[in-house]
Ligand binder design. Structure first.
Ligand SMILES: Cc1cc2nc3c(=O)[nH]c(=O)nc-3n(C[C@H](O)[C@H](O)[C@H](O)COP(=O)(O)OP(=O)(O)OC[C@H]3O[C@@H](n4cnc5c(N)ncnc54)[C@H](O)[C@@H]3O)c2cc1C
Length: 450
């Protein structure tokens, strides 16, 4: 799309920055409500992370999960609006089927089933989408309202009555990840390449506050280099069997209850030395859990087969001692690791984690049947959970908690909405996008009436 179509005098009612799920939802809702909407996307394609997902929508009771200092009203938004958000999608022709555990899956896939129809919907409602157009910064009026954006590649400024930031998280910004989470080199980001914290930077530059929990993220464990994980296999390389194995750090100790949701292990591993850990299991666990829980194509059914294919290091031995010795070169404290596994196996025999220093509430499987396996892992971030501070209308809040007039933040960019896996990023994007659009429309209408 041609940048020159926009001049410094260009004015829209609402500018939405980022055309992922959250931005597209906000843009459609505002355009259908009669606003002149400009949707700006820095990549050459729209959709953000949506195309690499399995299109699964869910939420759960936020009170059941850990809340890293989140505001219960904010973290409760998704559960509260989830059904209405699905209705909003259905009314726009998006089909969903209920699958395992009551999750909703977009049909036939996220691109054909959601992205394409939503883009058409936006166009039909008179919205304008500009691809390959990165926003650089926000413009504030002398009164302190946010009243427009500056583009990155040119001196172009676009005025608006409201700006909605929908730029995703900061998982691909090495500086922000290192500052808030863990050294960049020790992690992997399984995310769309546009999520480089631009919204975080531009909003904090105009005084928007940040939430607690900036170190928290939704993520998994995956094999570190030399393994190579291309976007096309993102969904197939998650170690979904982690709740059934033993996870050691380089000191040879367990440090997390592996039986909890994998996101808990991923956050805990990021804080360990070098961010590195080793998954240990025996052939019984391999047969029962590593091979069979994965309902994916044949080469992914046994996670070890796929991981070997992508270059992951996988060690195998007939005794636990010789297995652990093979890991000496990666810095594993072999003696401590042996003691940890002996203690763990004794607890498994007893069927109780009473004597373990780190709890293991479920899946206390024995580790005794050869061959034994060891797989080095590190954490991968799917998206950052801490972020910009918002209220229940998704208005940006300044460091004192007062709304920044004219500025909204939605989706992953909004901090602690989706928290500790209580809601997926897609549901979060839908719910926050709708809330922001509806609230910003009041501002647009008030300006029109004035
Ligand atoms: C492999 C994988 C599978 C997943 N599966 C699921 C799933 O099944 N269900 C689920 O709920 N969640 C899933 N997620 C998470 C979910 O996809 C994301 O949380 C969600 O899509 C984020 O939506 P968003 O709109 O907030 O951000 P994004 O989709 O990341 O969109 C942000 C957009 O903003 C653009 N942008 C950034 N900066 C600028 C700028 N300066 N100017 C203009 N544009 C900019 C980016 O290029 C990007 O297109 C998955 C994630 C991954 C990586």
């Amino acid at each position: 799309v041609d940048d020159s179509a926009v001049t410094t005098r260009t004015t829209y009612d609402i500018v939405v920055v980022g055309a992922g799920t959250a931005g597209l939802t906000a843009a459609i809702e505002a355009a259908e409500s009669g606003a002149r909407v400009l949707l700006l996307e820095k990549l050459q394609e729209a959709g953000g992370t949506l195309p690499v997902t399995s299109g699964k929508l869910w939420h759960s009771d936020p009170l059941r999960d850990e809340i890293h200092g989140a505001d219960p009203r904010i973290v409760g938004m998704v559960s509260q609006d989830f059904d209405a958000a699905l209705d909003w999608l259905r009314e726009r022709g998006i089909r969903m089927e209920i699958g395992a555990r009551g999750f909703f899956f977009i049909q036939p896939d996220p691109v054909e089933g959601a992205l394409m129809p939503l883009l058409r919907r936006f166009e039909d409602a008179g919205g304008k989408l500009m691809l390959g157009t990165a926003v650089d910064s926000l413009i504030r009026s002398p009164e302190g309202d946010v009243c427009g954006v500056r583009l990155r590649s040119s001196a172009i400024e676009i005025s608006a009555k409201a700006v909605i930031i929908a730029t995703g998280g900061f998982q691909l910004d090495p500086e922000l990840v290192t500052r808030y989470i863990a050294p960049w080199e020790s992690m992997f980001a399984r995310a769309n390449r546009g999520t480089t914290g631009d919204g975080f930077r531009m909003a904090t530059a105009v005084g928007v506050g940040t939430t607690a929990g900036l170190a928290s993220f939704y993520g998994h464990l995956s094999p570190p280099p030399p393994a190579r994980i291309e976007p096309s296999i993102y969904r197939r390389t998650q170690a979904i069997f982690v709740p059934h194995v033993v996870l050691l750090n380089l000191a040879g100790k367990r440090f997390v209850d592996e039986s909890r949701p994998q996101v808990v292990a991923a956050e805990a591993l990021a804080k360990q030395e070098c961010g590195l850990g080793v998954l240990i299991f025996d052939s019984a666990v391999h047969q029962e859990y590593v091979t069979q829980v994965n309902p994916l194509p044949e080469d992914s059914r046994d996670a070890l087969v796929l991981w070997r294919k992508i270059g992951a290091r996988i060690e195998e031995a007939d005794t636990l001692d010789s297995l652990l010795e093979k890991l000496y070169d990666m810095g594993l404290a072999v003696g401590a690791a042996k003691r940890t596994l002996q203690e763990y196996d004794a607890a498994a025999v007893e069927g109780s984690d009473r004597d373990l220093s780190v709890q293991r509430r479920k899946n206390l499987h024995r580790c005794f049947k050869p061959p034994f396996y060891a797989v080095p892992v590190h954490s991968d971030i799917t998206f950052t959970e801490g972020g910009l501070r918002v209220d229940e209308s998704c208005q940006a809040l300044d460091v004192d908690g007062a709304p920044v007039p004219g500025l909204y933040v939605v989706g992953e960019a909004a901090g602690l909405v989706s928290n500790a896996s209580q809601a997926g990023g897609l549901a979060t994007g839908l719910v926050t996008g709708l809330r922001a659009a509806r609230h910003s429309m009041r501002r647009v209408q008030a300006r029109i009436e004035r």
